[in-house]
Design a binder for this molecule. Sequence first.
Ligand code: SAH
Length: 299
Amino acid sequence: MSAPSRPLKRKWPEALARLSQGVTRYLATLGSETRGAATPSMPLRGECRPGKVYLVGAGSGDVELLTLKAARLLQQADAVVYDRLVGGEVLALIGAACERYYVGKARGHHSVPQAEIGALMVRLAGEGKSVVRLKGGDPGVFGRMGEELAALGEASVPAEIVPGITAASAAAASMGIPLTDRGHAQQLRFVTAQLCREDGTPDWASLARRDETLVFYMGLSKVAAICAGLRDAGLPGDWPIMLVANASQPEQRSLTGSLADMPQQLADQPLPSPCLIVVGSVVRMVATSPAAVAKQLTP
Ligand code: SAH
């Protein structure tokens, strides 16, 4: 069954104009000398369609790292379904009349089951609403987007994916390093540290390579296991590792060190969640990067 074919919303050109004016005003506050003489017109186009679900990346927390497309959709949507890792400044962009549904984890509670989130989106779209499913970082990186696409597909609800800045990109940028540098890494791997659970064993031998950057998501409580696993599989004790918590946000904190010393460093100076783990010789570039200086918050 196809989506309800209602006429397109009347409000989107208005919302678009408002957003464009807002961004233009923001640029004006930066001063004309930094942006040239003419104020650029914002390349915003498109409409939020009724009965459709947009799976949108909210980026890593810094509202300025949001895409223009995401900002436009947040202004236009009838309903937004969002997670714990979405920042407050991003949520502030949601239109006043828009319905909001929080489906993240409350303190001490489990998150809303995936099946319920799927059912909620299907219901809202079935009511002819345009729905934004807002997820931290990039929705396609450890974001359970596959399950949500399946639920929408099963109900024949049309969907569109809008990528976002994933935590790995944000963490590397704010520490002033590339994730791949040809002198350091010819491969880049995103790994879920959930593999380090008791019943799952990462393939440490395949991960313990010197020509690769490894990025572990969801690994704050697995740092000791990661360091031990990689060392047992052949990486040296002085192999570089960095931890970046709250990447791209004012409260960002980081630790840089080696596989041998990181578990103790973390025990001495615990970092909060969310936290990303980067392993690889590219981490050595933090020490000399001009882009790391301003943001190097390592205690
Ligand atoms: N889709 C998200 C990842 C969700 S999994 C993305 O693309 O970024 C959740 C994990 O992402 C967290 O446990 C943490 O490892 C990482 N993460 C998300 N936001 C982060 C941030 N601002 N700083 C550091 N790590 C972050």
